[in-house]
Design a protein around this ligand. Structure first.
Ligand code: G6P
Length: 367
């Protein structure tokens, strides 16, 4: 049956709103509530033997991989090598016999990612895939298939597939850490507990949709927009910028907050909105000081943070977006919502074709 928009104006909007449900569905197939443990599909591969992980993907799926790098390194202490698929194959990557390579893709058909998968297979790697289309080429060619249960994604700009990918990747990272003896049963249970809080937190994030719609007109006239984040929220800055350029055609750049002074700060003036993604926590003060550098040059800051962060640093911003207070592990899932909604509402203000942006394809099956 054809997928319908229902009461939503666009598929993208509908898919943004589906996230609490589809993330819950995805988590349900990887987490056991009875004892708060991670349960992965049966595999012949010994995860405890992984000494290095290679992650390859494109577009939004690549940014999910970037977030996951922090988790694999933090929890499992496994070094992660990550690259976009179009670069990966041609740089002669060093692949040790018996290694694990992980591919992330909504469609499971992206030509560059599929070619990278085959390259890794030919070089003795075990192939794990996180895909949303279970009948896709990548799903068929995988040794370890880790499906996301986002349902069909119609909007060209990926939204719900991204948060579902993050859910699977967090479960995989935790599981690998358990297998490697890096997490106790108690720590595993705690991680699972926090992951299971994600759907409610995503709902709480969606409650701020009206505020985001109301401030979209501040961003819509801009020619350039800068997104800043640190640590695991840095990939969110990249994703925010990608979403905005994909559907609103405004030039946007995502940058690591601390790296801004090595270049993009030269662009700052009162015509450049700077979206700062900064949940309160250990890195917050550092990001705030980068934000001050922006403001001192007339930059117009939009701060996305929680109540604590906004109380500390919200003053003087042209707009703030409040997120619920969440455990750092699920912050990338929760903060995906405001960056998606901001891009969406800016595109609506500009009157672009949100679901079918010019020059872009849902699935890029040519190199
Ligand atoms: C295209 C889509 C993006 C997507 C990317 C990777 O560029 O427009 O939304 O993130 O391909 O696609 P995949 O299906 O491999 O995740």
């Amino acid at each position: 049956a054809a997928v319908e928009k229902g009461n939503y104006r666009h598929f993208m909007q509908k898919e943004i709103y589906e996230q609490p449900t589809v993330v819950a569905q995805t988590l349900a197939s990887y987490l056991r509530r009875s004892d708060n443990s991670v349960a992965l599909p049966q595999m012949d591969f010994d995860l405890s033997a992984v000494r290095r992980l290679t992650i390859v993907a494109c577009g939004t799926s690549f940014y999910a991989g970037m977030v996951a790098k922090y988790w694999f390194e933090q929890f499992a202490r496994v070094p992660v090598d990550i690259d976009v698929a179009s670069e990966f194959r041609y740089r002669e990557p060093v692949l040790e016999e018996g290694g694990l390579a992980l591919f992330i893709s909504q469609s499971g058909e992206t030509a560059d990612t599929l070619a990278a998968l085959r390259h890794c297979k030919a070089h003795g790697q075990t192939i794990a895939v996180v895909v949303n289309v279970p009948t896709s080429s990548m799903a068929r060619e995988a040794d370890l298939l880790l499906p996301t249960h986002a349902g069909p994604e119609i909007g060209v700009a990926s939204t719900k597939a991204f948060t579902c990918q993050l859910a699977v990747l967090a479960a995989l990272a935790a599981h690998m850490a358990v297998k490697k003896g890096r997490l106790t049963r108690e720590q595993e249970a705690e991680i699972v507990h926090h992951l299971l809080e994600a759907p409610a937190a995503l709902n709480a994030a969606l409650d701020h949709d009206d505020d985001i719609a109301a401030m979209a007109h501040l961003v819509a006239p801009a020619r350039d927009v800068l997104y800043l984040g640190r640590g695991q929220d840095y990939p969110l800055a990249l994703e925010g910028a990608l979403k905005l350029k994909e559907i609103s055609y405004i030039h946007a750049e995502g940058y690591a907050a601390g790296e801004m002074k090595h270049g993009p700060i030269a662009l700052i003036d009162d015509a450049v909105p700077v979206v700062v993604i900064a949940p309160s926590g250990p890195l917050f003060e550092k990001t705030v000081s980068n934000m001050e550098e922006v403001r001192a040059r007339g930059g117009q800051v939009v701060l996305i943070s929680d109540a604590k962060g906004l109380e500390e640093a919200g003053e003087g911003c042209i707009a703030t977006i409040e997120m619920p207070v969440v455990h750092p592990l699920i912050a990338p899932l929760v903060y995906a919502i405001p960056v998606q909604l901001l891009a969406y509402h800016v595109a609506v203000v500009k009157g672009t074709d949100v679901d079918q942006p010019r020059n872009l394809a849902k699935s890029v099956t040519v190199e």
